[in-house]
Design a protein around this ligand. Structure first.
Ligand code: PMP
Length: 433
């Protein structure tokens, strides 16, 4: 019997039955439905530190961290207090508010490539608007993205792999006109020749290149040495706007994101997740000359009823200040390395091929003997073995992302007993495969 066997999780089972009557698939975001690992999702009624408390009173060590935002662990007292204090003054004003200014100051200080910033409500809004801005600024239509990189669910970006490097994209989702998809060129990540060919075939047509500088949406993949620098060079040469989508990696890989760690200056950066401290938020920013093309100064329209929401700002500001005070990145990397080493050692003992890319508090476990450096090699990971491993871990109280192709996240709250227990569970689960 598994941890999602209905008789063992009566409350989650009952909630899911009600949810499925009311919401498509019973969820408000598809990956929550456990389609790729099988079984039914559990419901969570509370979360604290490194753990989730399920509707059936199971305590799980959580490596999803609400898909990235919870770098300080769940329900951090300082963030909670900041939200409570902001709540005293109201939930939304529809006018500029002082929190927005403080948030913008923090973002600009943490991420020096950002000279001006626009706050919005999700990562999807940030990337969608950054692309519109790049198109408005360059007066060009085509964009380049990379297969396996996820930038939210807007039409131009929900396009993954064309079969060849230069084929036009085809939509990943029904409902996206083929004519939209034709403006999106999809290239393999980590492939310089494909970039050269795309620029050569589309002279003065490419508005922007958008990339997850470290990919976190096809599992966790890092760039080959020099690849991001090459991307910077070729985009600058062609007058193409380089957009780093650091919605996941911003404030997580380093205080200033991947761009700080790799010493690359993109033109625009998209942010989300951590800057909301667990409340809905997004942001994009960068060169002032580009950002000033946004309404009300310029011709590119972008707006939001709840943008700069005081509660989300208060939560995010508290979270960013904690990062500044604690500078937890060395500590987070040590936790990530412990986890990686435990998995590698257990897999070696078992004679199972695995690759565990890890940087700081991001990691993934690929069941493959091929080094993973792009979408195609990520897909070689054995999703069936992963699903079995996922359920073994869940039974023993460790929650990994419910897909073979998602990154895992650590928080500062995983330090101590949580990481000890998690390493034991991962080791035992690998052993039982
Ligand atoms: N960009 C990246 C790199 C992401 O990982 C995500 C979400 N996981 C998004 C954009 C979209 O963000 P949201 O879900 O807040 O719309």
């Amino acid at each position: 019997m598994s941890a999602s066997t209905p008789s063992l999780v009566p409350n989650s089972t009952a909630l899911f039955a009600r949810a499925q009557q009311l919401m498509p698939g019973g969820v408000n975001s598809p990956v929550r439905a456990f389609r790729s690992v099988g079984g039914a999702p559990f419901f969570v009624k509370a979360a604290r530190g490194a753990t989730l408390l399920t509707a059936d009173d199971r305590v799980l060590i959580d490596f999803v961290c609400t898909w990235g935002p919870a770098i300080h662990g769940h329900n951090h007292p300082v963030i909670k207090k900041a939200i409570a204090a902001a709540l005293e003054s109201g939930t939304s004003f529809g006018t500029p508010n002082p929190y927005e200014v403080e948030m913008a100051e923090l973002i600009v200080r943490f991420v020096p490539s950002i000279k001006k910033v626009r706050l919005c409500n999700s990562g999807t809004e940030a990337t969608m608007s950054a692309i519109r801005l790049a198109r408005g600024f360059t007066k060009r239509d085509k964009i380049i993205k990379f297969s396996g990189c996820y930038h939210g669910h807007s039409d131009s970006l929900l396009i993954k792999a064309g079969s060849g490097a230069l084929t036009h994209g085809h939509p990943d989702s029904a409902g996206i006109p083929a004519s939209f998809a034709q403006e999106t060129i999809v290239l393999p990540y980590n492939d310089r020749a494909a970039l050269d060919a795309a620029f050569a075939a589309n002279p003065e047509k490419i508005a922007c290149v958008i990339i997850e500088p470290y990919c976190g949406n096809v599992g966790f993949i890092m760039p080959d040495p020099g690849y991001l620098a090459y991307l910077r060079e070729i985009t600058a040469k062609h007058g193409t706007v380089l957009i780093f989508d650091e919605v996941m990696t911003g404030f997580r890989i380093a205080k200033g994101g991947v761009q700080e760690r790799e010493n690359i200056t993109p033109d625009l950066t998209c942010l989300g997740k951590i800057i909301g401290g667990g409340l809905p938020v997004g942001a994009f920013g960068g060169r002032a000359d580009i950002m000033d093309h946004l309404a009300p100064l310029g011709p590119v329209y972008q707006a939001g009823t709840l943008s700069g929401n005081p509660l989300a700002m208060a939560a995010g500001i508290a979270g960013l200040k904690l990062l500044e005070e604690q500078n937890p990145y060395v500590r987070l990397d040590a936790l990530g390395q412990r986890l990686r080493d435990a998995v590698l050692a257990a897999a070696r003992n078992k004679g199972l091929p695995v690759h565990v890319p890890q940087c700081g508090s991001m990691f993934s476990i690929f069941f493959t003997d091929t080094p993973v450096r792009d979408y195609a090699t990520a897909l070689k990971s054995d999703a069936k073995i992963f699903a079995k491993f996922f359920h073994l871990c869940l039974e023993k109280g460790v929650y990994l992302a419910p897909s073979a192709y998602e990154a895992g996240f650590l928080s500062t709250a995983h330090d101590g007993p949580a990481i000890d227990r998690a390493c034991d569970v991962l080791t035992e689960s690998l052993h039982s495969l």
